[in-house]
Design a protein around this ligand. Structure first.
Ligand code: MN
Length: 236
């Protein structure tokens, strides 16, 4: 069987001009049988177009807040540091990839940028902006493999097709979240407080994004492992 190459969006630290990535993203792709390739950040569209052409699937990784100007809002006090260069690079990749039908998987910041690129909006800070009856903890203080809240999975969704479960326990490391779901996207899962935790595209070979961090869980959690297996298999 063909070994798929998965383009991975990089984390960027502007203070020391450093690109880096949490190794778990790459380890999870390798474990599922793919070969991860870290994409460049400061590259023009021609270069990114070439990078996109050699990759079979794309992982939009976790990271800092998205610049609120990208979804038409002023920056609130609770918004954290933003890195506009990364926003721009990921939007360029998104625009190059979305018409190809190549598989896309988003994690944490990934679900947020993909929602914004499709025209959706975000809560700049859940605690400050998300009115709810149940104050679920989405910024867990426990370790990366601790499961801290459940998500309820929509029956007729790509996520259900993969997991064959109505609920899944997940970890949670985010202070922002989806406010308005982009028109083209469909909700695949919500937490018990009503927050969107997974979205997907219908009529696409594989376009899925989750708010939790399955890359930290794939060695200990069957549901997390299934997500990476489904993504990498779809990229073959
Ligand atoms: Mn959460």
């Amino acid at each position: 069987m063909r070994i798929p190459v998965i383009g991975v969006t990089p984390h960027y630290e502007p203070d020391n001009n450093k690109l880096c990535i949490a190794s778990m993203y790459l380890e999870a792709i390798l474990d599922a049988g793919g070969v991860p390739l870290l994409l460049p950040l400061k590259a023009n569209e021609e270069a990114l177009k070439t990078a996109v052409s050699v990759c079979d699937g794309f992982l939009f990784t976790g990271g800092p807040d998205i610049d609120p100007f990208r979804f038409g809002e002023e920056t609130l006090e609770e918004c954290d540091v933003v890195y506009p260069d990364r926003d721009q690079m990921e939007e360029t990749i998104f625009n190059l990839v979305i018409g190809t039908g190549k598989p896309v998987f988003g994690i944490c910041r990934g679900i947020q940028v993909l929602n914004v690129f499709f025209g959706g909006t975000l809560f700049q800070d859940i605690a400050a902006q998300f009115q709810r009856k149940l104050n679920l903890c989405h910024s867990q203080k426990s370790g990366r493999t601790v499961l801290s809240h459940s998500v309820t999975i929509e029956r007729d969704s790509l996520l259900y097709d993969i997991l064959q479960e109505d609920t899944l326990m997940v970890n949670s490391f985010h202070h922002q979240g989806i406010k308005d779901v982009a028109p083209e996207l469909n909700v695949a899962a919500r937490s018990r407080d009503g927050l969107v935790e997974a979205v997907y595209l219908r009529d696409h070979p594989f376009f899925l994004a989750v708010q939790w961090h399955p890359e930290h869980l794939f060695r200990v959690n069957e549901g997390a492992k299934k997500l990476f297996t489904a993504f990498v298999d779809a990229s073959r």
